[in-house]
Design a protein around this ligand. Structure first.
Ligand code: CP
Ligand code: NVA
Length: 297
């Protein structure tokens, strides 16, 4: 049985296969008559809706569950919640704070587990990002993605996904907001090498893709003011986009904090592909679930 907790759970060939399923005209009805439990400990617009619709397109029935309803380790243990869900569902997906929660779910090996974002990783986002870049550029090998901002869950999955797909990944973060040693080790272990630079201009220079995410992730709200100060000078604006290659595109996983990490002019400008990227969340989710269910046995 296979699970998707982080994008490096997949080989480069498997990522490629998922993206092919994501773009195939006919969705395989692998969930016909079956259920998918979607458990959210944090809010969501894109992930919830893209996953629900992807489940429907695969012939299944999604059940949306708020974290407090199942109460991981409060109402009952993570293991007991997972065993319960496996009585009814063929896939269980969760958006959690601690990554260890999805690891504990997967360790039971009862049904495929999908990480819909944890504090460490956002693999479904990275798959949609790769799909967006592939549709824009075709072959990704040798292309460069520049991530400017917090080395967070989205950045880690993107670094891994881009590296596994043969892309160069550059990141510029303020001091203290770069990848942790643990994340850096994970990236190296996956066989991916990244370029860490100090200044946003260095990251963006000649890049094909410029990527931003929030400076304050879900769960870090108490640090918002401190982070806003720390990230001064890391905003993506038209001046910074000017350092990228002529055909460069701008991506953001969303939700965006307009005129914080990125200006309106870039978000809504001609290089922005944020809405194609958001739409690709559904196709990537469909590809990932179809692949997991086909590979299940
Ligand atoms: N990008 C993303 O995961 O968006 P949501 O938090 O709205 O699901
Ligand atoms: N890094 C952000 C991504 C939101 C989709 C967060 O974890 O809140």
């Amino acid at each position: 049985m296979r699970h998707l907790l982080e994008i490096d759970d997949l080989t480069a060939e498997e990522i490629d296969r998922i993206l092919s399923i994501a773009t195939s005209v006919e969705a395989p009805r692998v969930l016909a008559g079956k259920g998918a439990a979607l458990i959210f400990e944090k809010p969501s617009a894109r992930t919830r809706n893209s996953m629900e619709m992807a489940v429907v397109q695969l012939g299944g029935h999604p059940v949306y569950i708020q974290g407090h309803e199942v109460g991981f380790d409060t109402r009952e243990t993570v293991e007991d919640v997972t065993k319960t869900m496996a009585c009814f569902h063929s896939v269980v997906a969760a958006r959690v704070f601690a990554h260890s929660v999805v690891e504990r779910m997967a360790a039971l090996d009862l049904v495929p587990i999908v990480n819909m974002l944890s504090d460490d990783a956002h693999p479904l986002q990275a798959l949609a990002d790769l799909l967006t870049m592939r549709r824009e550029f075709g072959e990704l090998t040798g292309r460069t993605v520049a991530y400017v901002g917090d080395a967070n869950n989205v950045a880690r999955s993107l670094a891994l996904g881009a590296g596994l797909s043969g892309m160069n990944f550059r990141i510029a973060s303020p001091g203290g907001y770069g990848f942790s040693e643990r994340d850096a080790d994970r990236i190296v272990t996956a066989g991916v090498s990244i370029e860490v630079v100090d200044r946003p201009e260095e990251a963006v220079a000649g890049a094909d893709v410029v990527y931003a995410d929030t400076w304050t992730s879900m769960g870090q709200e108490a640090e918002a003011e401190r982070r806003r100060r720390a990230f001064e000078g890391f905003q993506i604006d038209e001046r910074l986009m000017g350092f990228a290659s002529a055909g460069a595109i701008f991506l953001h996983c969303l939700p965006a904090h307009r005129n914080e990490e990125v200006t309106d002019a870039v978000l809504d400008g001609p290089q922005s592909r944020i809405w194609v990227q958001a739409a690709n969340r559904m196709h990537a989710a469909r590809g990932a679930m179809a692949w997991l269910l086909q590979e299940k046995d």
